[in-house]
Design a protein around this ligand. Structure first.
Ligand code: SAM
Ligand code: DTB
Ligand code: SF4
Length: 331
C-alpha cells in the first residue's frame, strides 16, 4: 500500500494532549504550514474545496446569551426577528443554490432548542432539499436523541453544533448553557448516525491557551467531527465579543493548520470572517488545509463575499468545487 492509501485506512488519533497541540501552534510558521499541507494531501485533493450555502430559516429573538451573536435577545444589535420560514420559500432558495453549483444546503435557526411542532416543519424542509439532490445540514440548537432520530429519518446528512471555544473560556462567552450541554447534543447527533459539523470561533478575546483548548476538545471527541468550521469572529455592534482586539490573520491561519494536522480526515471549513479577509490570507488558509467555504452574499445575518468574488479567487488559485461523493476523507 502506498503512503496515501495506507493513511486512508488509519483511524485518526483521538488522544491528543494539550501539550502536543500547543507545540504545533508554536512551530515556525513555514514548518507548521508544511506539515498541515502534507496532512491535507494524504487524504484530499488540495485543489478541491467543498461548497455549502447557508440560509437563516428563523432569524433573531434567541433566548441564549451568546456574547458574539447578533440574534440573541440579550444583545442590543437592532436585528429584526422573524418567524420560521415557509417550507416552499426555503425550497425556492435551495433550488437557486443547486442551480449555481452548491452541493450542500445548510439551514440555521435562532433557537435554544427546537419545539417538536417546529421540528415537523424543519423535517419537511430537509426532505424537500434532499429530494433536489443536495446534501442537507441544519443547526437548530440543542437536540434530544429522539429529535436527532427524526431528523435522520427525514434525510439529514449533517448537524452543525459548535463548541465555540475552550471549556474554560466558554462561561465568559455564554451563560445560558454549558459545555456539557453542547457535548450531550453532539452525542445525540452521533448516536442517530448523522455526520457532525462542529468547530468554533476565534477572535473573541480568548488566550492562545483557549485556542489550544478548543482544538483539544474537538480532536479528542469520540469520533472527529466530519466537518470542522473555523469562524473568525464577525464583530457585531452591540455584542460583548465585538469589544475584543481583532485577531492577527497569521494566528487564524495557524488555527486552520492545527485543525488540519490534528483532524486530518475532516473537512475544515474557512467559515465566517471571509468578508474582512484578504485574498492572500484566504490563500494561506487553503494552503494550510482549509477545504470548505460558504458561498453566497450572506451568512446568517452578516455579509459574505459575493459568489462572483469567490469565483475570481478560485480562478486565481486554481481551485475547483469538490464533488459531493468525496466530501469527507474518512475513506
Ligand atoms: N442557534 C444555533 C446554535 O447556536 O447552535 C444555531 C445557529 S448559531 C448562529 C451557529 C454558529 O454560528 C454559532 O455556534 C457560532 O459558532 C457561529 N456564529 C454566530 N455568530 C457569529 C459571529 N458573529 N462571528 C462568527 N461566528 C458566529
Ligand atoms: C458555523 O460554524 N458558522 C455559520 C454556520 N456554522 C451556521 C454561521 C456563521 C454566522 C456568522 C454571523 C452571522 O451571519 O450572523
Ligand atoms: Fe442563539 Fe445560536 Fe445566536 Fe447563540 S449562536 S444566540 S444559540 S442563534
Amino acid at each position: 500500500m502506498n503512503a496515501p492509501a495506507r493513511a486512508l485506512h488509519d483511524t485518526p488519533r483521538s488522544d491528543w494532549t494539550r501539550e502536543e497541540i500547543a507545540a504545533l501552534f508554536a512551530l515556525p510558521f513555514p514548518e507548521l504550514v508544511f506539515r498541515a499541507a502534507s496532512a491535507h494531501r494524504a487524504h484530499f485533493d488540495p485543489a478541491q474545496v467543498q461548497i455549502s450555502q447557508l440560509l437563516s430559516i428563523k432569524t433573531g429573538g434567541c433566548p441564549e446569551d451568546c456574547g458574539y451573536c447578533s440574534q440573541s435577545v440579550h444583545n442590543k444589535t437592532g436585528l429584526k426577528a422573524s418567524k420560521l420560514m415557509e417550507v416552499e420559500a426555503v425550497l425556492a432558495d435551495a433550488r437557486a443554490a443547486k442551480a449555481s453549483g452548491v452541493s450542500r444546503f445548510c439551514m440555521g435557526a435562532a433557537w435554544r432548542n427546537p419545539k417538536d411542532k417546529d421540528l415537523d416543519t424543519v423535517c419537511a424542509m430537509v426532505e424537500g432539499v434532499k429530494a433536489l439532490g443536495m446534501e442537507t445540514c441544519v443547526t437548530l440548537g440543542m437536540l434530544t436523541g429522539d429529535q436527532a432520530t427524526r431528523l435522520k429519518q427525514a434525510g439529514l446528512d449533517y448537524y452543525n453544533h459548535n463548541l465555540d471555544t475552550s471549556p474554560e473560556y466558554y462561561r465568559h462567552i455564554i451563560s445560558t448553557r454549558s459545555y456539557e450541554d453542547r457535548l450531550d447534543t453532539l452525542a445525540n447527533v452521533r448516536g442517530a448516525g448523522i455526520a457532525v459539523c462542529c468547530g468554533g470561533i476565534v477572535g473573541m478575546g480568548e488566550s492562545a491557551e483557549d485556542r489550544v483548548g478548543l482544538i483539544h476538545a474537538l480532536a479528542t471527541l469520540p469520533v472527529h467531527p466530519q466537518s470542522v468550521p473555523i469562524n473568525a469572529l464577525v464583530q457585531i455592534e452591540g455584542t460583548p465579543a465585538s469589544l475584543a482586539q481583532p485577531l492577527d490573520p497569521i494566528t487564524f491561519v495557524r488555527m486552520i493548520a492545527v485543525a488540519r494536522i490534528t483532524m486530518p480526515k475532516s473537512v475544515v471549513r474557512l467559515t465566517a470572517g471571509r468578508e474582512e479577509m484578504s485574498d492572500e490570507t484566504q490563500a494561506l488558509c487553503f494552503l494550510a488545509g482549509a477545504n470548505s467555504i460558504f458561498t453566497g452574499a450572506k451568512l446568517l445575518t452578516t455579509p459574505n463575499p459575493e459568489a462572483s468574488t469567490d469565483q475570481a479567487l478560485f480562478a486565481r488559485l486554481g481551485l475547483t468545487a469538490m464533488p459531493p461523493e468525496i466530501q469527507d476523507g474518512h475513506g
